[in-house]
Design a protein around this ligand. Structure first.
Ligand code: ZN
Ligand code: FE
Length: 270
């Protein structure tokens, strides 16, 4: 894992909004969508760095949005509410989200201060995992990572593959705001299973250079994930061949290849 020791970083979005990544713990990014006066926080795993970020900029907290129930995504909800007062807390209906005031459902649109947040169900890492689409950005928690995907703690490979396909199939170019800086460890596996992919090799060199400078590799472009993320390429012949070699048997379809890749990654050591 790559410890995140960088300060928060801020990206410009449309209509005068910005997105900031606030590093927390070893390798989490807590995301804040904000303008000069108000903010929506996505997956507040830890309150302290977010309270510092919001206070420094004099931002009012208008909503909290959670992708799933793991502590590194919701552990800071209570602290934020205590520091800034009550605000709506959205999260999956069927997961224990502390302080949740409103359940969010697949296909729903949340009208928040920065505009429309579209809710997409992406089960797999957890049973109720949600992703949120805002402008051309995807806040996908622990579902799709740069060059990887989340572990299957509660869902099936079939659910996760379908969830990843939903995200990968979204129209237009998008930024993938995953919740962890896992890119270099994911890269080692990706190169192992898809070594002849020139797009992956080029991306790998670039991501290593970014990390060497202490820069975040997240957000990542969705088009690049489609071209280089092995978990979005289970239908490619190169991945099929690799997975069959590892499994020691023939694999009938994309789901079987994806299932093998996910298991392989669990036991892979670079
Ligand atoms: Zn998680
Ligand atoms: Fe996480």
């Amino acid at each position: 894992m790559n410890p995140v020791s960088a300060p928060p970083f801020t990206l410009d979005a449309a209509d005068g909004w910005q997105v900031s990544g606030v590093p927390a713990f070893q390798d989490n990014y807590l995301w804040v969508v904000h303008d000069a006066s108000c903010a929506v926080v996505i997956d507040p795993g830890d309150a302290a760095p977010l309270i510092a970020f919001l206070r420094q900029r004099g931002l009012a907290l208008t909503a909290i949005v959670c992708t799933h129930h793991h502590a590194d995504h919701v552990g800071g909800v209570a602290g934020l509410l205590q520091a800034f007062g009550a605000c709506p807390v959205y999260g999956p209906a069927d997961e224990p989200i502390p302080g949740r005031t409103l359940a969010a459902y697949d296909g729903e649109v949340l009208m928040l201060a920065p505009g429309r947040f579209e809710v997409v169900a992406v089960p797999g890492h957890t049973a109720g995992h949600l992703a949120y689409l805002w402008q051309d950005r995807i806040f996908c928690g622990d579902t799709l990572f740069a060059l990887g995907c989340g572990r299957l703690f509660e869902g099936t490979p079939q659910q996760m593959l379908h969830s990843l396909q939903r995200l990968a199939g979204l129209p237009g170019e998008r930024w993938v705001h995953c919740a962890h800086e896992y890119t270099l460890s994911n890269l080692a596996f990706a190169l192992h299973v898809d070594s002849a992919n020139p797009a992956l090799q080029a991306r790998g060199a670039r991501e290593r250079a970014r990390r060497a400078e202490g820069l975040a590799t997240v957000p990542a472009l969705l088009s690049e994930e489609r071209a280089t993320n092995p978990f979005l390429r289970a239908d490619a012949s190169a991945l099929h061949a690799s997975a069959e070699q590892w499994a020691g048997s023939s694999l009938p379809d994309e789901l079987a290849v994806f299932t093998a890749l996910r298991r392989w990654k669990n036991e892979f050591r670079a």
